[in-house]
Design a protein around this ligand. Structure first.
Ligand code: ADP
Length: 481
């Protein structure tokens, strides 16, 4: 049995959990098991933190050029193995294969980009007010980083955290979500193949609360970088506060998507599709509220429904499937509860609304892509994050009122607007209280661009040189001469 159990990667070795517990990973499209992994806890986490701590000196003292060689090796290896990584993601969390391949390439891109950007971590010299002093600022890696990642982008989230942390000279302990440990394990096999020195990157799997506690309480961890729910993020922030650990948090979202009457409607429908239905609506930057100007509500809704009628729902591994299953039954039930709540409060299901249960859908967690109209602000879809392929349509009168509605939320991750009025593009981009704004763009993310939220959507930024800053301390050195 233990030969079948996939292991954790700690200090350059593949090891089983101290607890000897295991965890079975289930394919959400078929309910079939796809693998068994070791299920660790705080004891394994402490080992991994020790390993990362011991490796820190050597890794941080390498030149950026030396570190970049390992990152480039990994870039090549992920690209070479992208089909396999994609197939694993599809099997463990249902992502359509085309999207999964795109994600694997995106993950690779992070290692290539930070391999280069790591060479450009510059300091500064500052003119002194006194003739006998010289002032210098240097940047140094913060130390051991603990990265906690979610299941919705299992490979790219690892890459987005590991690549800049390593480029900055930090060592890392990663805890991926237990719904998606298999793609993380495959990534770590590639990390091993890339030749990283032992202890530089470590993988811990298992009980989230015990691992989280060890990460927050262990003084050897200097920084926590987390992507997940706002609730867990707040808990980690509280824990981190006790030792004033550095934190970066990418939390929940509730993105508004605004379509003005002067928009190119076909482009807006395509943008909405990407921002709402990609990854089966399971993204923190997903559209949650669709605001459409009154004069075009009917035309836009018709076009959207037409697009959805031509969308294939199914097992992510099947060619042509654009919407896969929800990640598990709990997730499906939460989304269904939002639909039921909207119906009870007078909403109309303009399209979809049902769990799919017949034939090819009988064993999985499938939901029809759904459109809700006659929406009122008291419906959960208007203020709680719906993590699934459901969109409520809310008509609006004018620019001022829609900005007010769009900003009326505790979240502030992503927002979208479609309009062909140039002046309005600028006004809207500036007025939306969100960290990421897509103007006539339904998928505004790239490796080199900052990614992160205002308000309760998070703190700090991933992406580009912004991510590197999160893994560096700023040191001021004053020389008396
Ligand atoms: P999601 O709703 O996307 O599953 P979570 O916030 O529950 O979001 O999970 C995101 C990541 O945080 C996962 O890796 C999960 O295992 C981890 N996690 C959940 N609870 C805790 C906790 N108490 N401490 C540390 N990590 C946690």
């Amino acid at each position: 049995m233990s030969d079948l159990v996939k292991k954790m990667y700690i200090n350059g070795e593949w090891i089983l959990a101290e607890s000897e517990e295991t965890y079975e990973v289930i394919n959400p499209a078929t309910s079939e098991p796809v693998g068994v992994v070791s299920y660790g806890d705080d004891r394994d986490t402490a080992k991994a933190i020790d390993a990362a701590h011991a490796a820190f000196k050597g890794w941080s003292q390498l030149t950026a050029r030396e570190r970049s060689k390992y990152l480039n090796n990994l870039y090549e290896l992920i690209r070479k193995n992208r089909d396999e990584l994609a197939a694993i993601m599809s099997a463990e969390m249902g992502k359509p294969l085309g999207e999964a391949k795109f994600e694997a390439l995106g993950a690779a891109d992070n290692f290539m980009w930070y391999a280069e950007e790591g060479k450009r971590i510059y300091g500064e010299t500052i003119p002194s007010s006194m003739a006998n002093k010289r002032l210098m600022v240097i940047k140094q890696p913060v130390g051991v980083v603990a990265a906690i990642t979610p299941w919705n982008f299992p490979v790219n989230m690892l890459a987005r955290k590991i690549a800049p942390a390593l480029a900055a000279g930090c060592t890392v302990v990663v805890k991926p979500a237990m719904k998606t440990p298999l793609s993380a394990i495959r990534m770590f096999e590639l990390i091993e193949e890339a030749g990283f020195p032992k202890g530089v990157v470590n993988l811990v799997l298992g009980k989230a609360s015990a691992i989280g506690r060890e990460i927050t309480e262990n003084p050897k961890v200097a920084k926590i970088t987390f992507t997940g729910s706002t609730d867990v993020g707040k808990k980690l922030m509280e824990g981190a506060a006790k030792q004033v650990k550095r934190i970066s948090m990418e939390l929940g979202g509730h993105a508004p998507f605004i379509v003005f009457e002067d928009a190119n409607l076909d482009a807006a429908v395509q943008g909405l599709f990407e921002s709402k239905y990609r990854n089966t609506g399971q993204m923190c930057i997903c559209t949650n509220r669709l605001y459409v100007q009154e004069s075009i509500v009917e035309a836009f809704t018709e076009k959207l429904i037409e697009r959805l009628k031509n969308t294939k729902v199914g097992d992510g591994r099947v060619k042509g499937v654009e919407i896969g299953p929800l990640v598990d039954e709990g997730s499906l039930n939460s989304v269904m509860a939002h639909i039921e709540d909207a119906k009870e409060k007078g909403g109309t299901i303009a399209f979809g609304g049902n769990r799919l249960t017949e034939g090819e859908y009988s064993k999985g967690f499938f939901l029809e892509p759904t459109v809700i109209t006659n929406v009122t602000p008291d419906m959960k879809v208007c203020y709680e994050e719906t993590f699934g392929p459901v969109v409520p349509i809310i008509p609006f009168k004018d620019e001022a009122s829609v900005i007010e509605m769009a900003n009326d939320t505790v979240y502030g991750l992503a927002a979208y607007a479609y309009t062909q009025n140039n002046s309005r593009c600028f006004r809207i981009a500036e007025a939306l209280e969100y960290g990421i704004v897509g103007i006539n763009d339904g998928s505004p993310t790239q490796t080199q661009a900052p990614f992160g939220g205002f308000k309760e959507s998070g703190i700090g930024r991933e992406g580009g040189h912004y991510a590197l800053e999160g893994f560096l301390e700023t040191k001021f050195v004053s020389f008396g001469i």
